[in-house]
Design a protein around this ligand. Structure first.
Ligand code: GLC
Length: 674
């Protein structure tokens, strides 16, 4: 059951397509303090808190303070409080069980047992919001009801489930061709190459650098011939430059966010001083979305929307203020204090929250301070593109994912987890985000595999790809200046080939489960606690996840480990695929097991009386045979069935077939007549 509670008068977010009627009675269980703008709930000793989508720390969020405040935070450590997205849904599971969603575009702070271990305090910037309380007899039923209310998750084209290679540093056509040639020559599967900001002319959106990419349309079609899609980046900010049509038209029509005096707000991002499309305004969304046409017309079928928190490095005023402060230190005693003051001043310039206070949106003739709707920006940028694709690409799905998001955007695109580092701790963090993101509707997601910042090591990349073969978005991406991290740069080519190929072997299952999760509003990745709610060990397991109906994954996330402990809440069959072609199948009983997993081994666990449809693989998704699948099986005494979803992988309606397969007593798996 879902109950809506109204406080003040919220700024519309368009998160919930059809809102339930608001109730009059107070929000049960919470002390609401209108002056403090806070909601407080006393936590029971055993209560666990799940959700908050993309954020730091564990699957159980208890014991830290978090913020919904979209932030460009490439160096995040364990003490960060917010990342690139802002997802306001959580579930309390314990003495009571309920979900809570805050429909609100400004800053929210969740003190989940940080200030006081038994207190959950949620604080908002101003008290104009709608709160939804969802009750149900299991966490999964609460999440399901929530997902039904917020609408169906985004469905990408099927090729977007193939492996993508990316790097900030592919600067010309030759770089792209080299990636594809290497993959094809070495038998490393590949479906997409991503174009980072260098394909543009001076980082201007919707332009192409003619020297380095003289014929992007030609390149796209050449790549298509090899089964590869090009996926260019689009940044939120528009370079301010006379003669650049997007800048000129936007200024002329008043399509950019303004300062308090109504003049276009100017802030610096990659192109230098830039303007910010006012995507909260429907007319601007229409305009901004229509700009993607120029790339669609060149044969481009996928985009990643970036820097849309929006990230603002500095304004001329903020830079000037820092300069003045630096000048003030001239002549000061050159001692340790001066040293720390100077380094502090420099660090402060980046991404100052106060900048957001000086930006205004204009919607229906009303000015709205950016701070009050900050978390809605990435959502609306991505929505602009998605809404335009509904007419520009009527019959086909376009790949679209965004760095920043809030709930609502899940209907329009996927999200990647933003800039991470080539750290083992970030591999584990990205793993734990998967179920939390699914709770909030984000199914098409994944991390920069191998890590974006810092130098990767061969073993970290291998282990990260071993997780990546299970995440819908499977992309290796790295930053300019870091060690090159394409699989072919390293020595164990057989290992990388094997790991990448396993993705394509598993694709019939992964795509089928993705589609069922999207169409039926279910989670793809679930913590063990959700599937085995009575099992205390399952409740504490944060390094294993259920994936779809049949699978459990338990990746190795520790350097130099040749295996790991795995907890089985019930008997399961371990599959281990090794690069020399060996496949181990062993049934393990419930409890703890040490499972060996050499560096390039792929392991997963199949539930009893479940099936996994697999293919013989391919070098790209188009080569995978989704029509003639075979099955991995674990018969354990009961009927084993699998509902297999398949479609053409491209049409928007996603009106595919669901075929029921059953395993007979002879061990044969057959499709039941429709
Ligand atoms: C941002 C993005 C990253 C991209 C870089 C350059 O940091 O998160 O993925 O490579 O900008 O465009």
């Amino acid at each position: 059951m879902i109950q809506r509670y109204v406080y003040g008068s919220m700024i519309e977010t368009d998160t919930i397509p059809v809102k339930p009627e608001a109730g009059k009675e107070p929000l049960p269980g919470f002390t609401v303090d209108e002056k403090e703008h806070s909601f407080t709930y006393l936590l029971g000793k055993e209560d666990r808190i799940y959700g908050l989508g993309e954020n730091v720390r564990g699957i159980n969020k208890r014991g830290w303070i978090y913020q919904s405040w979209a932030s460009d935070n490439p160096d995040h450590l364990e003490d960060a409080v917010s990342l690139y997205a802002a997802h306001n849904f959580l579930v309390v599971d314990g003495e009571e069980r309920f979900g809570l969603f805050l429909d609100y575009g400004g800053k929210v702070t969740y003190d989940i047992g940080y200030t006081e271990m038994n207190r959950l305090t949620i604080r908002v910037n101003d008290f104009n919001l709608d709160v939804y309380r969802i009750s149900g007899d299991s966490v999964l039923s609460i999440v399901h009801q929530f997902r039904e209310m917020i609408g169906r998750s985004y469905i990408p084209p099927r090729w977007a489930f193939g492996f993508g290679q990316s790097r900030w540093g592919y600067v010309c056509e030759a770089d792209v061709r080299q990636v594809v040639r290497k993959h094809r020559e070495l038998g490393l599967p590949l479906d997409s190459v991503y174009l980072d900001i260098d394909y543009m002319d001076s980082y201007k959106d919707f332009t192409v650098n003619q020297e380095r990419f003289p014929d992007l349309a030609g390149l796209a079609s050449e790549m298509a011939g090899q089964g590869v899609h090009l996926v260019p980046i689009i940044d939120a900010a528009i370079k301010k430059e006379e003669g650049y049509p997007v800048s000129d038209e936007g200024i002329r029509k008043g399509y950019f966010c303004t300062d308090k005096d109504g003049k276009p707000f100017e802030g610096a991002v990659w192109p230098g001083i830039s303007l910010f499309p006012d995507v909260l305004n429907p007319e601007v969304r229409k305009w901004f979305g229509s700009l993607y046409k120029v790339l669609l017309d060149m044969g481009i079928e996928g985009f990643w929307n970036d820097m849309n928190e929006p990230s603002i490095f500095y304004t001329e005023a903020s830079l000037e203020a820092i300069r003045t402060r630096l000048m003030d230190t001239v002549g000061a005693t050159p001692d340790v204090n001066t040293f720390f003051e100077l380094t502090g001043i420099i660090r402060e310039v980046f991404q100052k929250d106060e900048i957001y206070d000086s930006i205004y949106h204009h919607v229906n003739g009303k000015a709205i301070r950016h701070t009050d709707v900050h978390n809605l920006y990435g959502y609306n940028m991505t929505r602009a593109a998605a809404e335009a694709f509904e007419t520009l690409a009527k019959d086909r799905r376009i790949l679209l994912f965004s760095r920043s998001s809030c709930i609502g955007m899940h209907r329009f695109g996927g999200t990647w987890m933003g800039d991470n580092k080539s750290w083992w701790s970030h591999l584990a963090l990205n793993f734990r985000m998967l179920p939390s993101l699914n709770m909030c509707g984000f199914l098409y997601t994944g991390a920069d595999l191998g890590g974006f910042g810092s130098d990767v090591t061969e073993d970290l990349l291998m282990r990260w790809l071993e997780l990546g073969i299970f995440t819908p978005l499977m992309r290796n991406h790295s930053a300019l200046g870091t060690r090159e991290q394409e699989a072919y740069r390293f020595s164990d080519l057989d290992g990388f080939r094997h790991v990448l190929r396993m993705r394509y072997v598993l694709l019939p299952y992964l795509y089928s489960e993705y589609m069922k999760a999207a169409l039926d509003n279910k989670m793809l990745f679930r913590p063990l606690a959700f599937d085995y709610p009575e099992d205390h060990r399952a409740q504490e397991t944060e390094d294993q996840l259920m994936l779809g109906d049949s699978l459990m994954i338990a990746p190795v996330m520790q350097q130099n480990a040749r295996g790991r402990m795995v907890y089985l809440p019930e008997s399961m069959k371990l599959f281990r695929f090794s690069k020399d072609g060996r496949v181990l199948e062993t049934v393990l009983g419930p409890g703890d097991h040490y499972v060996e997993c050499e560096l390039s081994d792929v392991i997963f666990f199949l539930r009893p009386d479940h099936l996994i449809p697999v293919s013989f693989g391919g070098s790209c998704v188009a080569e995978v045979d989704f029509d003639h699948v075979h099955f991995l099986t674990y018969p354990a005494g009961n009927e084993a069935c699998y509902e297999y979803y398949t479609d053409d992988g491209i049409s928007r309606q996603a009106a595919g077939m669901r075929i029921l397969y059953r395993m007979g007593e002879d061990g044969e798996v057959k499709a039941l007549p429709q």
